[in-house]
Ligand binder design. Structure first.
Ligand code: SF4
Length: 243
């Protein structure tokens, strides 16, 4: 995983946070109803977590979390895969049922996220404008859903051709990367790694966007803001287009 991708990921996180700064959320520290095992990530986001773990010297702790019994199902259809199918109208993407929220995220301790600084976008973008305890579900505005979808598509584009899937599967798949050998030495079960790899899908490039006409103006402005962010001498758009 190259450092450039991590820098782009950080820039996307930053632009997203700036864009939604005026949204009002009910979320607060200690509320963890949405911290299930059904979190989908790209390999770039997975490596971002590994880099944080390395910095914190928590490799043994992290390995123990990865080896815990799992309850979550895997999702095979990526966000860009979903967009590709919708835009091509070749098949019904809803054939794949979304997985149910089962199992608590292993990184949740005392109702707080232990990898908060490095949490993936699914955790950053999943916020609610009402108390989820009312009926167990979050409420996201159409505006936020559109911005979140664009952000997920951009992050998947960044990680294209790499693993995409359930966070725990992607993290286990990444443990064989040389940069993560300090975690790998605590995981002797190669079977669990192979099975996690088999559960992942491959991240795809952006095939187009699915925003509604009424969302188009803001969506395009947001997209342009993210793509024009500079990483060194180049914008994200130039890097994506290999210019
Ligand atoms: S990574 Fe952190 S924020 Fe995301 S589900 Fe797990 S505990 Fe919650």
């Amino acid at each position: 995983m190259n450092g450039l991708k991590i820098k782009i990921l950080e820039a996307i996180f930053e632009k997203y946070q700036q864009w939604i700064v005026n949204e009002t959320f009910h979320c607060h520290r200690g509320c963890s109803l949405c911290c299930t095992q059904n979190v989908m990530v790209t390999a770039v986001e997975g490596q971002y977590i590994y880099d944080y773990i390395k910095q914190e010297n928590k490799e043994a702790w992290f390995a123990e979390k990865l080896l815990r019994p799992r309850q979550a199902k895997s999702v095979k259809l990526t966000t860009n895969g979903f967009a590709r199918i919708c835009l091509g109208k070749k098949e019904d993407p809803l054939d794949e049922k979304p997985s149910q929220p089962t199992g608590i995220c292993p990184f949740l301790e005392e109702n707080c996220c232990t990898v908060y600084a490095a949490r993936p976008f699914s955790c950053r973008g999943f916020a609610s404008s009402r108390d989820c305890h009312d009926d167990g579900s979050a409420l996201l505005s159409e505006r936020l859903l559109a911005i979140n979808t664009i952000t997920m598509q951009l992050i998947e584009h960044l990680g294209q051709r790499e693993n995409w899937g359930n966070m725990l599967d992607v993290l286990l798949a990444l443990v064989t990367h040389p940069a993560n050998k300090a975690v790998k030495k605590h995981i002797n079960d190669d079977g669990i790694i192979k099975s996690a790899m088999a559960n992942t899908s491959t991240a795809e490039p952006i095939p187009g966007f699915l925003w509604q006409p009424e969302e188009e103006h803001e969506a395009k402005n947001y997209l342009q803001t993210v793509l024009s962010a500079k990483i060194g001498e180049k914008t994200i758009e130039e890097i994506f287009n290999n210019k």
